[in-house]
Design a protein around this ligand. Sequence first.
Ligand SMILES: Cc1cc2nc3c(=O)[nH]c(=O)nc-3n(C[C@H](O)[C@H](O)[C@H](O)COP(=O)(O)OP(=O)(O)OC[C@H]3O[C@@H](n4cnc5c(N)ncnc54)[C@H](O)[C@@H]3O)c2cc1C
Length: 432
Amino acid sequence: MSPHVVVVGAGIAGFAAALAAHAGGARVSVSAGPAGASELAGGAWDLRVGRGLGLPSDGVRGALRRLSTERPSHPLGRLPMGDALGDLEASHRAVLGALGTHRSPGFDAAPERVATAVGLAREAMLAQHAVLDLAGVAEGCIAVASLPGLRSFDARFVAASLTEQAVEEGRGQRFVALDVEMFRRAGDGLLLPHEAAEVLDADEGLERFAVALKRALGGASLDGVLVPPILGLHGDGRARRRLEARLGLVVGEVVEPLAGTQSVRMSRALGRGLETRGIARWPRAVSLVPDARGLVLDDGRREAFDALVLATGKFLGGGLHSRASEVQEALVRLPLGEGRAFVPAGSILPPTAGFEGPFLGPRPGFARGVRTDLSLRPIDASGRVVDPRLFACGALLDGVGPADGLAVAAATGHRAGVLAARAASGASRSAE
Ligand SMILES: Cc1cc2nc3c(=O)[nH]c(=O)nc-3n(C[C@H](O)[C@H](O)[C@H](O)COP(=O)(O)OP(=O)(O)OC[C@H]3O[C@@H](n4cnc5c(N)ncnc54)[C@H](O)[C@@H]3O)c2cc1C
């Protein structure tokens, strides 16, 4: 029988690990707990280096160079450049191919530029098919669709804010709010974007939207239309393509800051991606890993493994707990680092220190996680590998901040999956 790799966690890191271990010839099972950070992230896919959101303007290679100098303990920053780039490219080919929801990254191209639902434009490594890449409409006037029922999206504010930013940055783009007569019945007042997206998945709903947009545009000379995240729940961008063909204009969504339409697409794609490859998805969480051969699911069932990948995320995913004023790894009680990316060399922090400060600031507590060697095997304080069949990846890793981005989760998940399949094959051979 093929060696058995169990992946705990079905976010992006677990997904990447499962695909890689499966491609490496292992029999793979994924234990899926409740939604973690990957299913809350919006439509942008980031590789974050410093305090700003998204990819710096010098692109993927520039980001890796800066990680290696500014954050040398980051799981990608401490790898040789060629290995880090190799992991990123291989993981993105596999993960984005299996998800089918995002555009492919140009590893040598300039980053994409996306507008957020709160009216700020920023760079991103890539984005979902439905999201508008503002870099493609560098000059010109872009309409921001205002839909009466969608109260959560303030098109006037978004248009004014994006214009102000473009003027400040010396860009040639301007944004104007455009009233679109759809979703304006009494019952639409509490409509959420993903419910509107479901309406646009139907041919009739999409056609009504196309007609309403066309009427709103009239004869105005515009270069694109920015809409709230309502372009269907299918992740393949079909609603966007059909609208663009009908209007003869570029149309696309803003990115959401939190769970909504874009996370529904991601969540569905994660499940579908495992299913179509025949990778077993246990709809149960792991409650215990009593020894290095087996684990216990939360229904009491025991399962054996030849290698185990922990892709359990940070506080939000459930990989780390804060108990009795101490931060702990939740399943194996693995030793934790100190979020070294942000901690001055030699300093020792009390376990609960470092959670203060601005969201994107240097809060080492949120970057704490499992310390590993370069093969992503957890290590203890003296640098010894805890167990050669155990691997960790994604946000669970030490030095990775909670908002560091999906790219690092995919790349480390991929590396963990490749190495877990190899370790499992060695372990199952020696057991025979
Ligand atoms: C609010 C928010 C917005 C973000 N926005 C963006 C963005 O726009 N762009 C971007 O690139 N990044 C964004 N990020 C960062 C990105 O989402 C994370 O870095 C990434 O999703 C981490 O992936 P992961 O797979 O390591 O962890 P997670 O996605 O958290 O996955 C961990 C999984 O492990 C499971 N799990 C935990 N314990 C168990 C157990 N015992 N048994 C079984 N399963 C278990 C959980 O159920 C969860 O599904 C955002 C993060 C947050 C919190």
